[in-house]
Design a protein around this ligand. Structure first.
Ligand code: C2E
Ligand code: CA
Ligand code: CA
Ligand code: CA
Length: 277
């Protein structure tokens, strides 16, 4: 139509061109990230609120590119999901996390749970439960030490598939946690059917828990709901003693966040765990 020419020029702002160029650069560089050993896992402790003991770690992916520097998973995982690389990267994460925990247990660290994030694309893979069990068996890691974090949004995107996959994983003794809980409009009737072990309260509710009455009400409601359904709760993004006190007063089971530790390299985590004893 008539105005097309003009609209074309006004539509693509210089900022959008820069963003697009960065995406292309990252997508190309990501193809080599695995073979060039640019990916790493960091580990963030998860603590029991009652005992103060470390009961697990969450594996968080890091990408150090020689020229681009540190690229956030929030930026590169969506790219890896759109070009399919997330399948190979996700498998690397599962295997690396399993091997790391096996190494820690063999080295005499107290047994704990390794929580690994699953992407929507991985979750849609029909052989996911078999892949995970074969990795755990290959590494000789007992299944009960592994926990998979799936966001509420992904679980609710296709709840019928989620029920089937969660049942299979549960049958294999692998735990599931629903990540970013509270942000994804769960239907409570589905929550009952999901074979999950734990709800992970999203950090957006934890952040203002001290000052925002609505956030307090939401967090309290999630903890009560979980408790009534026989599920565990973990709060993410805990940064202050005041937040921890409130969570404890409401009966939240576990906490994770900068108040205890930021995500650590494997070596840093070993120091942290030794100092806790
Ligand atoms: P997430 O699973 O919700 O992970 C929590 C994020 O909050 C992490 O960011 C963590 O470093 C950060 N965090 C932890 N404690 C605090 C705190 O006290 N305060 C604040 N403000 N932030 C805190 P990170 O490591 O940048 O990861 C971002 C997201 O990338 C993750 O969100 C997850 O969705 C995704 N991700 C990370 N690793 C993987 C992976 O191996 N596979 C997949 N599929 N996704 C991953
Ligand atoms: Ca997570
Ligand atoms: Ca989260
Ligand atoms: Ca509010």
């Amino acid at each position: 139509a008539k105005n097309e020419g003009r609209n074309q020029f006004s539509f693509y702002t210089p900022e959008m061109q820069t963003q697009y160029a960065r995406k292309l650069t990252l997508a190309n560089a990501l193809r080599h990230a695995l073979e060039r050993n640019e990916l790493q896992l960091h580990y963030q402790p998860q603590l029991s609120i009652n005992t103060g003991h470390i009961i697990g770690v969450e594996a968080l992916l890091r990408w150090y590119h020689p020229e681009l520097g540190m690229v956030s998973p929030a930026e590169f995982i969506p790219i890896a999901e759109s070009n399919g690389l997330i399948i190979a990267i996700g498998e690397w994460v599962l295997r690396t996390a399993a091997q790391q925990l096996k190494y820690w247990i063999v080295s005499g660290f107290k047994p704990m749970v390794m929580a690994v994030n699953l992407s929507a694309v991985q979750f849609r893979q029909s052989n996911l439960p078999e892949l995970i069990t074969s990795i755990l068996d290959e590494v000789e890691l007992p299944h009960q030490y592994f926990e998979l974090e799936l966001t509420e949004a992904v679980a609710m995107d296709n709840p019928l598939t989620a029920i089937v996959v969660m049942d299979k994983l549960h049958d294999q003794g692998i735990r599931m946690a629903i990540d970013d809980f509270g942000t994804g409009y769960s239907s409570l009737s589905y929550l009952k059917k999901f074979n999950v072990y734990k709800l992970k309260i999203d950090q957006s509710f934890v952040r203002d828990i001290i000052v925002d009455l609505e956030d307090r009400a939401i967090v309290t409601a999630i903890i009560n709901l979980a408790s009534n359904l026989g599920l565990q709760t973990i709060a993410e993004g805990v940064e202050t003693a005041e937040q921890l006190d409130f969570l404890r007063s409401q009966g939240c089971n576990e906490a994770q966040g900068y108040y205890f530790s930021k995500p650590l390299t494997a070596a840093q985590f070993e120091d942290y765990a030794r100092a806790m004893k």
